[in-house]
Design a protein around this ligand. Structure first.
Ligand code: NAD
Length: 530
């Protein structure tokens, strides 16, 4: 008999471990890295809990040592996409009626596993196949992943507790139903935590999922699937189908039972999916919920009153951590001429400290970019700057893909505030700086607000409080995550709910009540007593 009204579990962010030489976590991680590098993982498609080997295979490479292959995965096609939808719909019947505490406890158990016995394995996979340093892997594949799972559980408790007023002769309640149909989760390469949250958030609310991970991050995504399975997730709740998107997308997006898309990735891909859904809108059984967190062209604006040392240090961290492949990475900066000489010296000093290389050497700050396509794309932007009369490369600019896809941290100085690299998302270690006359500060706010189509993150550096207030107002619609006197990256679950507007996405704030509400369709139940 279950008649408990449980108390909410207080949420606490997972502590980031330090991995000091000789520490137990460091030794465990080194041994997991060694083992993973010397073994080969075959990754199947998983539908309704059954492993399927299609024979159509792709390799899992190490971006910083791209000739090294540590696994391969089977690709799903149209047939498997249809099977995955069937499996999700079948599992839905039992999953949505499972008492919610049991659903939640599976994901809470996954968080315990991720921060305990799975910690080293998740970190090692993210380091090797996404080329993250140990620090970046730890904050992503362990801490943020566990935070998403635990915070979603706490938020769901809050949502379910929110009940309407009843009167003496009328009892009202709200049942927070999951959506009818299945959810299509499509994840990006750059965060293992996001890969887990895209299927995980709708699933905890009672939905069932068809999940397509990014091709360059299938290895870590598969471990996430296995983690959920070990935590007790029933078969068919999440169906794992690595695939070429062109082979499966239309089959899934045009299915009449599609009830939602949970996407993180580039703006253009999300627009494409939205367009397909729009074209098919009369074929669905409901209105699919479209949730997408997409690209960014994040700014840092310094005021003449800025603390130059803090600005330089945080700008370098914000632009170059994880090779600039965070959606929130600082990629354009506006600096007043009066502080530039001083700031430039500090910046060059900071960026000169960065070591780029194999992430299994724990002293490196940057690894490789994710793949050849990305390497070539970033290189093209750097070449463009090298050949332009409007720009000058003041640091870095070299690219070398002989062993891994390495790109130096690169700083471009431009005299054109609308220069290509001030406007377009590059998704690599490239920061462009524009210098302005001190008295033009207000115009600069306006310029920064209207230079790019995105609205994800932004920072203002100023010691003057009136300036902070003015900037906050002038930049209202330019960023879903706005920072004062710090870098525009590093949002923490529960502390800085994350997401942007404009063409940066639907701003449903991943890992929050706002996001979970998108996977719920409330039913109000009224009983008249007399
Ligand atoms: P991407 O758009 O190339 O791919 C994302 C996912 O979409 C992958 O699984 C990919 O295979 C799939 N995909 C590609 N074409 C598709 C199609 N036509 N139909 C269906 N699925 C398709 O993005 P990426 O390179 O993996 O990630 C980088 C992008 O993600 C950047 O633009 C970055 O800003 C964005 N991002 C945003 C956030 C955020 O919270 N706003 C977070 C992380 C990444």
């Amino acid at each position: 008999m279950n008649n408990c009204i449980t108390k909410k579990v207080e949420f606490k962010n997972e502590k980031v471990l330090k991995y000091l030489p000789g520490s137990s976590e460091r030794l465990e991680l080194e041994s997991a890295l060694e083992e993973m590098q010397n073994s080969f993982l075959e990754i199947p498609v998983i539908i309704g809990g059954k492993e399927i080997k299609t024979g159509n295979k792709q390799k899992c490479i190490i971006p910083h040592d791209h000739k090294k292959i540590i696994g391969e995965y089977h690709l799903a096609g149209e047939k498997e996409a249809k099977m995955a939808i069937e499996a999700a719909l079948k599992a839905k019947q039992t999953w949505e009626t499972l008492p919610w505490e049991h659903r939640v406890s599976i994901f809470l158990k996954a968080a315990e596993l991720a921060t305990g016995p799975w910690r080293a394995k998740l970190n090692a996979a993210t380091m090797l196949t996404q080329s993250k340093t140990y620090k970046q892997a730890e904050i992503d594949s362990v801490c943020e992943l566990a935070d998403f799972l635990r915070y979603n559980a706490a938020c769901l408790h809050e949502i379910y507790s929110n009940q309407p007023i009843s009167t003496q002769n009328v009892i009202n309640r709200i049942e927070y139903r999951p959506l009818e149909g299945f959810i299509f989760a499509v994840s990006p390469f750059n965060f293992t935590s996001i890969a887990s949250n895209l299927p995980g958030a709708p699933a905890i609310a009672g939905n069932t999922i068809v999940w397509k991970p990014a091709s360059s991050a299938v290895y870590s995504a598969y471990l996430v699937y296995q983690l959920f399975k070990e935590a007790g997730l029933p078969d068919g709740v999440i169906n794992f189908i690595p695939a070429r998107s062109s082979d499966i997308s239309n089959t899934i997006l045009c299915n009449e039972n599609l009830s939602g898309i949970h996407f993180t990735g580039s703006t253009e891909v999300f627009q494409d999916m939205w367009k397909t859904v729009g074209e098919n809108i009369t074929n669905y059984k409901s209105f699919p919920r479209l949730v997408g967190e997409t690209g960014g062209k994040n700014y840092v604006i310094a005021h003449p009153s800025a603390d130059i040392q803090a600005l330089s240090k945080l700008l370098v961290e914000g632009a170059f951590e994880y090779q600039g492949q965070k959606c929130s990475a600082a990629s354009r900066a506006y600096i007043p001429k009066s502080i530039w000489n001083n700031c430039k010296d500090n910046l060059i000093q900071e960026v000169s400290k960065i070591k780029v290389g194999d992430v299994t050497e724990f002293t490196n700050f940057m690894g490789a970019v994710i793949d050849a396509k990305s390497f070539n794309n970033i290189k093209k932007y750097i070449e463009f700057a090298k050949n332009s009369k409007d720009a000058q490369i003041i640091f870095g600019g070299n690219c070398d893909d002989s062993k891994g896809y390495f790109i130096e941290p690169t700083i471009i100085l431009t005299s054109n505030p609308h220069f290509k690299t001030m406007k377009e998302e590059i998704f690599g270690p490239v920061l462009t700086i524009y210098l302005y006359e001190d008295e033009e500060f207000e115009e600069i706010l306006d310029l920064a607000a209207n230079t790019s189509k995105y609205g994800l993150t932004g920072s203002i550096f100023a010691e003057d409080p009136y300036v902070l207030v003015k900037a906050e107002q002038a930049l209202t619609h330019t960023a879903g995550n706005f920072y004062l006197n710090t870098r525009p990256t590093g949002a923490v679950v529960g502390q800085q709910p994350f997401g942007g507007s404009r063409l940066s996405g639907t701003n449903d704030k991943a890992g929050s009540k706002l996001n979970l509400m998108r996977w719920i369709s409330p039913r109000t139940i009224t009983e008249k007593l007399a």
